[in-house]
Design a protein around this ligand. Structure first.
Ligand code: NAD
Length: 377
């Protein structure tokens, strides 16, 4: 069999499309993974070092994330080869060319990712219409501004607390990362009565066992300062953050921050994964064996994609927050129940649930991966 099928397994991908337009220097790849539940949604990533393999892996993770979130959408991803810092006019031309060339590929809905943003999504809207992550003026819901992912993380944390008899009020929380995800998570948790004892950004970390004032931290960040400029706390080393005595530890910054070498330092009862892959699988297994609940990224941080889907379906910001709350609570509970019942790591339970949903959707199709019915995609 030709090498092009090297990624193929029982779930997909259903299409890999090479997109080339020499007049503007466009080289791109679209991977449409499994679309049994509905059209694929996934971001357009621009980077100099992207590859078909990376595109496939990202598309597959969107298949699993959308299924785990209980959304009737499949997984897809597009990558454009190019420097994301290139001249804006040139970038706009590449994105318009990509959209035009994929006009007929109805099973892919464009979304922003690294190297693209709402402006470029507006260009896609202008060319072909099939896109999420739009500016507000075009019906977009600004998910980072409203804190969609943080809202979901707060609800996921609340459900996980029920599994270890913790109360939100007075619980002690550490948040690593104080960007779109971290700061909104801290804010929503504090609103519910949790005490934020430490937060970190790329400059360093700040700690106060009596709690930090999230409003003041917001003000510091919006004036361009770091969380370490907060006056009423102790500046600590990034590394010290891991071992802080707390109830919930929320990584919301970088991948692989908890690994098998440092997982023993976690004193929390719960880890809720805000960033993507912030805990290695072996560390998740270790935490599970120690009785520490670890809610996997694609369950806890799905607020963003749920918000994007709400936008695509014409919903409002209020609808998005309501749907995120309902779905994230339901899915966190389902995963933790199944983990408990079967004695398996929560990530394995989440994968099992997602794959069961995908296979069920596939069983309704004449072709297993897709449907060609009008209106389906
Ligand atoms: P962001 O760029 O807005 O914020 C990242 C934050 O992490 C910043 O405050 C930065 O200073 C901090 N940081 C960087 N390195 C750090 C370090 N070594 N230690 C401590 N803090 C550090 O990004 P974001 O949108 O908040 O996303 C954070 C993570 O969550 C990423 O992994 C992203 O892929 C993932 N994610 C984001 C969303 C979303 O809706 N934005 C949804 C799902 C997953």
């Amino acid at each position: 069999m030709e090498d092009i099928f090297r990624f193929a397994d029982e779930l997909g991908p259903s299409k890999i499309i090479h997109v080339y337009e020499p007049s503007v220097g466009l080289k791109a790849v679209l991977v449409v993974d499994n679309v049994a539940a509905g059209p694929s949604i996934g971001g357009v990533r621009m980077a100099s070092d992207v590859s078909t393999e990376e595109c496939f892996r990202l598309a597959r993770s969107m298949t699993l994330k959308n299924a785990a979130a209980g959304l009737p959408y499949g997984g897809g991803k597009a990558v454009i080869y190019g420097d994301p810092k290139m001249d804006r006019n040139k970038k706009e031309m590449l994105i318009r060319a990509l959209a035009s060339s994929l006009r007929g590929v109805n099973e892919y809905i464009f979304a922003p990712d690294m190297g693209t943003d709402e402006y470029y999504m507006a260009c896609v809207k202008d060319e072909i219409g099939r896109v999420v992550g739009l500016p507000r003026e075009l019906g977009g819901i600004p998910l980072d501004e409203i804190g969609a992912t943080g809202w979901g993380l707060m609800h996921s944390t609340a459900v996980a607390m029920e599994f270890c008899d913790l109360k939100m009020k007075g619980s002690r929380i550490v948040v690593q990362g104080f960007g779109a995800v971290g700061k909104n998570t801290a804010d929503f948790l504090a609103e519910k009565g949790a005490i934020i004892v430490a937060v970190a950004d790329s400059q360093g970390a700040i700690y106060n066992p009596d709690g930090l004032d999230v409003g003041s931290l917001f003000k510091l960040k919006s004036s361009g300062k770091s969380v370490i400029d907060y006056p009423d706390g102790e500046i600590i080393d990034h590394d010290f953050l891991l071992g802080i005595d707390c109830d919930v530890w929320i990584p919301a910054a970088r991948p692989d921050v908890i690994d098998i070498d440092n997982a023993h330092r976690i004193k929390a009862k719960i880890v809720v994964e805000g960033a993507n892959i912030p805990v290695t699988y072996t560390a998740e297994e270790y935490l599970y064996k120690k009785g520490i609940i670890c809610v996997p990224d694609f369950i806890a941080n799905a607020g963003g994609v749920i918000c994007a889907v709400t936008e695509y379906e014409g919903g409002t910001e209020c609808d998005a927050l309501e749907i995120i709350e309902e779905k994230i609570r339901l899915n966190t509970r389902a995963v933790l129940d199944e983990s408990l019942e079967k004695g398996i790591v929560p990530r394995q339970a989440a994968l099992d649930i997602a794959i069961r949903r995908i296979k069920k959707a596939m069983s309704y199709r004449r072709w297993s991966l897709f449907s060609s019915a009008p209106g389906f995609i």
